[in-house]
Design a protein around this ligand. Structure first.
Ligand SMILES: *[C@@H]1O[C@H](CO)[C@@H](O)[C@H](O)[C@H]1NC(C)=O
Ligand SMILES: *[C@@H]1O[C@H](CO)[C@@H](O)[C@H](O)[C@H]1NC(C)=O
Length: 404
């Protein structure tokens, strides 16, 4: 029985395919991949993706096109008005292509009004594209979305250059780097879970962070045992923050492999700088040449901060494929998604200056203030996707070691 239905299916497939030469058999697999990239494999929203693919055929920029794309993306990124990536993750490449096109329309129509916003639309577009990088990698450009990493990278690089020459990447400057406000209860939290016979990273982290915390009177929570053994380290990272936030006004998350390079500079100064932008500041974080980087960030103990954290944990806990659980960016993916949606789609049809695209509680700090990379690492990775401008981000407050 089994074999006869198998034969029958094979026969149908042969009929559907015009050429039968043995040399083309590998094409079968290829076609299956392309159909998956194209989102033609019964995601439940096939009509949506078919319509979108048709709409994304090259066309001149117009306000109408911008508005149609923006409202389509609202449906995709916030089905029924709820910020939930389920639909978008059903077709990450289609979502990515639509975001890319929206960024392009916005910049073409609004020029400098949309430089910041255009960059953030591209960041989100990259996030969705990278969601399937392990599955499809270099084959993206064979899909009907006609997109690939190179295309996004060069578009972002152009915008990044323009944004830099316009003096601002939307980040606040730290005017007084040794500012202190003794009333603020500030905690440093990290989670180190490395094999101590293979690396000294845990001991080095404890020593560097300990010395810095002691100097400034911050409490250090150097967590070395998992809360949840069967979960990935990044889940333990989020749980470490969640369990301790209520005891502080601000928690400063620092990855185990981040080091304080300049002990004079204070955490208070970062908060002070963010408050100069808005009293609502609740998540202070920096971007690198690629996108948001969650290697270090400050989270405020308030209703927004707690809710944001809880939603991030939810998004990492949801089963695949509707979660960011197995994405190589881990907690960075839900942080970006929740930080940018819905704000990245707001105000596009008004005549006002567009915000950079983040939720108003998110304040960007410059990379050199919060999470700069050592020059050697920047040089090593410069060839790939990273705008050369990154090389200027020196004089670090803390630095990424690129550890195991
Ligand atoms: C830890 O590292 C050592 C040395 O590299 C290795 O022999 C050992 O198997 C590792 N232990 C675990 C639990 O991975
Ligand atoms: C760890 O530190 C000790 C002494 O501080 C040193 O002897 C050892 O080689 C270091 N191990 C690694 C893996 O770096």
């Amino acid at each position: 029985m089994v074999s006869s239905s198998h034969v029958c299916r094979m026969w149908l497939l042969w009929l559907a395919w015009p050429s039968r030469s043995a040399a083309q058999e590998s094409v079968w697999i290829f076609r299956y991949f392309v159909e998956r990239m194209d989102c033609k494999v019964g995601t439940g929203e096939d009509n949506l993706w078919n319509d979108l693919a048709a709409y994304l055929q090259p066309q001149a920029a117009s306000l109408e096109r911008l508005i149609v794309l923006s409202s389509t993306l609202e449906d995709v990124l916030m089905p029924f008005g709820i910020v939930d990536p389920t639909v978008a993750l059903g077709c990450p490449l289609g979502t990515s292509a639509a975001l890319q096109e929206l960024a392009s329309m916005c910049v073409q129509l609004f020029n400098e009004r949309c430089i910041q916003r255009g960059l953030r639309l591209l960041h989100l577009s990259k996030l969705f594209m990278l969601f399937q990088f392990n599955d499809f990698g270099a084959w993206f450009s064979f899909s009907r979305w006609r997109t690939d990493m190179q295309r996004i990278a060069s578009a972002s690089q152009e915008l990044h250059q323009v944004a830099k020459s316009a003096a601002s990447i939307g980040a606040v400057d730290v005017i007084d780097p040794s500012f202190k406000q003794p009333d603020w209860r500030i905690g440093l939290v990290t989670y180190c879970n490395y094999n101590n016979s293979a690396t000294n990273l845990t001991a080095q982290s404890r020593s560097s962070k300990g010395a810095y915390a002691k100097r400034h009177g911050y409490k250090l929570l150097h967590i070395e045992d998992p809360f949840v053994t069967q979960a990935h380290p990044w889940m333990n990272k989020l749980i470490a923050i969640q369990r301790n936030l209520q005891d502080y006004d601000w928690l400063f998350w620092v990855d185990c492999d981040l080091f304080f390079m300049n002990p004079e500079k204070t955490v208070d100064a970062l908060i002070h700088a963010a408050f100069s932008r808005t009293p609502e500041a609740s998540l202070l974080i920096a971007e690198d040449g690629m996108m948001l980087n969650s290697g270090s960030f400050l989270l405020r103990n308030n209703a927004w901060g707690k809710d944001f954290l809880a939603r991030t944990v939810d998004l990492l806990s949801a089963p695949m494929p509707q979660s960011f659980q197995h994405m190589p960016w881990h907690e960075q993916a839900p942080l970006m998604y929740l930080g940018l949606v819905p704000s990245v789609l707001e105000g596009l049809s008004s005549n006002e200056m567009l915000t950079p695209g983040y939720d108003l509680h998110v304040v960007l700090l410059r990379q050199r203030a919060l999470n700069s990379y050592p020059q050697e690492l920047v040089q090593k990775t410069q060839h790939a996707l990273v705008p050369p401008a990154l090389g200027n981000e020196r004089q670090q407050f803390s630095a990424f070691t690129g550890g195991p």
